[in-house]
Design a binder for this molecule. Structure first.
Ligand SMILES: Nc1ncnc2c1ncn2[C@@H]1O[C@H](COP(=O)(O)OP(=O)(O)OP(=O)(O)O)[C@@H](O)[C@H]1O
Ligand SMILES: [Mg+2]
Length: 404
């Protein structure tokens, strides 16, 4: 009998040693609880993960030791605890969104499984809890989450950029088609005029007087001129749109430059008077002369074109904060209110121009050139009272200006 007991004891001791070995060797924390929630056994990994000595844990309430507070630091009532629920209800609970607290007051994210333990009569006698520190996993998850969010954000941004670019492209295509239609329409007028004059000349050659013939021919000439000018201006616009403009830079005295433009204009329009006025005696700047010449000449030509010869035109030059201000003022026919908002659109002409020749492209080109120079243009006008055009161009003064 004694021998039998001894063998059972030995077997039990062996079994206990085996269990102990298993408990000691696993990396996960393992502890057992009785029905009151007090520790019945604990493995070295569990004690080390929470910074306690194994012996100090036996018999203690594990909830009070490592599960007393929630991740945000607020109290975690025992009644809500999944570990206790497991052995009260007899179900296995697996949780990975809570923290366990160390002896030093710090905490770590944990994944635990609480499994109810039964005795041979199938009565609940407590639970076994296995847990592991999942700091690294949470860190990886959060890095992955923020990388995903960043990626999603970038995809959203890129998609919206693409759809914006698409929209712009669509708009550009529509603008192009409208422009081509406008060009065709504008060419049709002079072409019709030419066709009419030529066919009249042909059909009534004998009946027409020499004077009438000259009139038809000069009509042809005017319309050819108009088409030539339109073609040249369209070529400029086409060049700006396709190739852009390579800005060149020349050192000039802006005062002399303006005086020269006025003199040139007087030669073309000897009937009109342009008064140039400035308080500056000499202003040395670096600028693309060709663009600036085109801008000023276009505006001055408009003033001449849309004013009667008896009303002189005022041209003023100012310079402040590294910006040249050109003010051109006339007392001509002015621009109707309904036209002024469209005045920079290609082919747009005021409804009061009557028979003054023009293509309606000049201001469109001027606006493009002013933009290229980084400047601005403002137009104000009143019908029959005149027009005021202000052009502001950033122009740094030139230091090493050539003498003479
Ligand atoms: N100083 C001005 N006085 C009155 N109307 C003006 C003046 N400047 C411009 N306009 C109006 O603006 C319109 C557009 O001017 P813009 O210079 O673009 O074309 P245009 O003079 O008709 O032809 P072009 O292409 O030959 O210059 C003119 O047709 C005219 O109605
Ligand atoms: Mg013009």
């Amino acid at each position: 009998m004694n021998k039998k007991i001894n063998r059972t004891d030995i077997e039990l001791a062996n079994l206990r040693r085996q269990h102990q070995l298993i408990l000691n060797s696993v990396g996960e924390g393992i502890y057992g609880l009785d029905v009151l929630g007090n520790v019945t056994f604990v493995n070295p990994a569990a004690a080390s993960l929470i910074g306690w000595e194994m012996d100090d844990l036996i018999g203690k309430s594990m909830h009070a030791i490592l599960h007393h507070s929630k991740p945000d630091g607020t109290a975690y009532p025992r009644e809500e605890c999944h570990i206790y629920a497991a052995f009260k209800e007899g179900t296995v609970r697996r949780v990975d969104n809570e923290v366990f607290w160390r002896k030093d007051g710090t905490s770590f994210p944990v994944e635990y499984i609480s499994t109810p333990m039964h005795n041979e009569k199938n009565q609940l006698i407590g639970s076994v809890v296995t847990f592991r520190d999942i700091t690294q996993r949470k860190l990886s998850e959060s890095i992955l989450k923020s990388a995903n969010e960043e990626l999603e954000q970038r995809v959203t941004e890129r998609t919206s950029e693409l759809s914006k670019a698409n929209e712009q492209l669509k708009q550009l295509n529509e603008d192009r088609s409208r422009f081509v239609a406008m060009v065709c329409h504008e060419f049709r007028n002079p072409l019709n005029n030419i066709a009419f004059s030529v066919s009249s000349l042909k059909r009534y050659n004998r009946q027409l007087s020499a004077e009438e013939k000259t009139e038809y021919l000069s009509d042809v000439e005017t319309n050819v001129e108009r088409m030539t000018q339109m073609t040249n201006e369209l070529l400029v616009i086409g060049k700006i749109e396709t190739e852009g403009i390579n800005l060149s830079s020349e050192k000039i005295d802006l005062v002399q430059f303006c005086q020269k433009l006025v003199a040139e204009l007087k030669q073309t329009y000897p009937t009109h008077k342009v008064d140039f006025d400035t308080d500056i005696s000499c202003l040395k700047v670096e600028v693309d002369c060709q663009l600036l010449r085109s801008i000023i000449t276009n505006i001055l030509t408009n003033s001449v074109r849309y004013s009667s010869a008896d009303k002189s035109i005022q041209f003023k030059l100012d310079y402040n904060h590294s910006r040249a201000v050109f003010l051109i003022k006339d007392w001509g026919i002015g621009i109707p209110k309904s036209d002024i908002y469209h005045i920079f659109e290609p082919f747009h002409r005021g409804k009061n121009v009557s028979n003054v020749p023009g293509t309606g492209l000049g201001l469109n080109i001027v606006k493009r050139f002013v933009d290229i120079l980084g400047g601005e243009i403002n137009i104000s006008s009143k019908v029959n009272r005149g027009t005021k055009v202000e052009i502001i161009v950033p122009l740094p003064t030139s230091n090493n200006f050539p003498k003479g």
